[in-house]
Design a protein around this ligand. Structure first.
Ligand code: NAP
Ligand code: MG
Length: 488
């Protein structure tokens, strides 16, 4: 067969636009706080804008909740805990949680589109990953609600009380589901604070929870900024804090709860290693690398942001990866052909660009896809760096964008040492066709999750969480349920 010209290759990857419709979504212009089963105005009287990072246009006004609103929400949650939720038959609790899951499924298309608009993530991921997984978390934990004595046999199982839950902007609906579903199943009530830039799907979830008829005060959603989160952390009547976000804020929270009776779980940052051995199926591994770092614009706590390739296949893998990067479609998140959507905010784009500049200054070699980025909105071309040292800033620090660093290694011991040489320990990936090598590496890598011949796969049954500065506590599976019960 004749070799294809560059133009012909380019044409293979040129698609007509295929935007998902947003006609069917229902959004209000202004959102209040969801407290005690009602939409209430914020005490401050203030609202801020949430916007679409793909266009920078405003979507809606969002209430700014302060410490007085948080206090109202905690009181409502306490009352609902004491009078209703902790007393309810577990099988009845389960019915409510199943109902939430089913309504989410019915409104899956709407949730997916709103998630894209508010966060910049691509519709394919929101539709095929975020929303179905979020529904599945509710289904999964609903199943445990009336089986807690089987989940923790020979132990007395009690709920904890009021949980304060604070979540980031990278998987807004999914993080809300990870937190709310196990809390409710175990009999706790909730005050949730979504991230400033992505409040909309948590507010839609509040509508769904309302529609499911959950008793007032069982779930409360208080939107706002970092100080709203801090007000939850510092509230005297909160029994448990569940936080997902940056290591910096995680440390502040840990300090704030020291000496109190509050339980805490922290799901923090990462700088995860993706390791390609020379016997790996290289085509699949390249897809795994792409998925590991470019999925969700690299806004993934467990992104495979440090690539380690065995030296004898490194040139080939880097060449294949560069060719694949040229075919990635960057642009409108609502287009079904888009691989890489918008960076979540102007601030995050500035952070990513700052790291790209640091990488260049440190003397690393940079390669970026040759693509025209959209003129408006916040976008970043897929980027990789080679020729850095273990001590380079871009190797050590979490960038939280589509930026990959590549290092090589000769022996397995060397790559274990290099991969573990980080303050983080959230996830890792191993690519090889040799099962014994997988078991050897998975037991020696200090990471909460190790994927073998795949990357960024999640399931409600499987616990997720970190080592070292990636936090502690697990979410998902029975481990996730355990964080919401008292055992004796
Ligand atoms: P962030 O700045 O730490 O914010 C996370 C949440 O905490 C937001 O709702 C934020 O509110 C709130 N917050 C900010 N300051 C606070 C304070 N002093 N006290 C209490 N709450 C406060 O993190 P992010 O930039 O949104 O998210 C990215 C980070 O999350 C990355 O480091 C990523 O690795 C990590 N992450 C980890 C996991 C995991 O499972 N380990 C999963 C996803 C993301 P505002 O939005 O209003 O600032
Ligand atoms: Mg937004």
């Amino acid at each position: 067969m004749a070799k294809k010209t560059e133009k012909e290759i380019k044409n293979i990857w040129t698609y007509d636009p295929a935007p998902e419709s947003s006609d069917h979504i229902q959004l209000k212009d202004k959102y209040d706080l969801y407290i005690d089963g009602k939409w209430v105005k914020p005490e401050s009287g203030k609202y801020y804008d949430t916007s679409n990072p793909a266009s920078t246009k405003k979507i809606a006004s969002i209430a700014y909740g302060n410490d007085k609103d948080v206090d109202k929400a905690v009181r409502a949650a306490r009352k609902a805990y004491k009078n209703v939720w902790s007393k309810m038959e577990p099988s009845e609790r389960a019915k409510y949680i199943f109902r939430i899951a089913r309504i989410m499924q019915e409104r899956a298309r709407e949730l997916a589109v709103i998630e894209c608009m508010d966060s910049g993530k691509v519709i394919r991921e929101a539709r095929d990953v975020d929303v179905p997984l979020a529904c599945n978390h509710f289904f999964y934990y609903a199943g445990w609600a009336d089986k807690l004595e089987y989940a923790f046999p020979n132990q007395k199982v009690e709920s904890i009380g009021v949980a304060g839950q604070i979540i980031p902007w990278n998987f807004p609906l999914l993080m809300a589901a990870w937190k709310i579903a196990p809390a409710l199943a175990a009999g706790n009530t909730v005050v949730l604070k979504p991230a400033e830039t992505t409040p909309l799907t948590a507010l839609k979830l509040a509508e769904i929870i309302h529609e499911a008829g959950l008793p007032a005060g069982v779930v409360n959603v208080v939107t706002g900024f970092g100080d709203t989160g801090a007000a939850i952390v510092n509230h005297h009547d909160i029994d448990k804090i569940a936080f997902t976000g940056s290591t910096g804020v995680g440390k502040l929270i840990q300090r704030a709860v020291a000496g109190t009776n509050k339980r805490v779980t922290l799901e923090l940052g990462g700088k995860s290693a993706n390791i390609i051995l020379d016997d790996a199926p290289l085509d699949q591994a390249v897809e795994g690398i792409v998925n590991g770092i470019f999925f969700n614009q690299g806004h993934v706590c467990c992104a495979g942001s440090r690539l380690f390739v065995q030296e004898n296949v490194a040139d080939r893998v880097i060449q294949m990866l560069k060719a694949r990067m040229e075919t990635l479609v960057v642009g409108d998140p609502l287009d079904k052909n888009t691989d890489i959507g918008a960076i979540n905010s102007k601030e995050q784009l500035a952070t990513i660009n700052k790291y790209i500049e640091i990488g260049k200054k440190e003397g690393a070699d940079m390669y970026q896809s040759h693509i025209n980025l959209p003129k408006s909105g916040y976008y970043c071309a897929p980027t990789l760096f080679t020729n850095m040292s273990q001590s380079s800033v871009i190797v050590k620090e979490e960038i939280f964008g589509p930026v990959l660093t590549i290092q090589t290694f000769r022996t397995i011991d060397e790559v274990i040492q290099k991969a573990n040489n980080t303050e983080y320990g959230l996830a890792a990936g191993v690519w090889t066709s040799n099962g014994a090598r997988i078991f050897n590496l998975t037991t020696k890598l200090k990471a909460g999750v190790v994927w073998a011949n795949t990357y960024n796969r999640f399931d409600p049954v499987s616990p997720f969480g970190g080592y070292k500065e990636s936090g502690f506590g697990r979410e998902g599976g029975l481990h996730g349920l355990k964080s919401y019960v008292k055992l004796s």
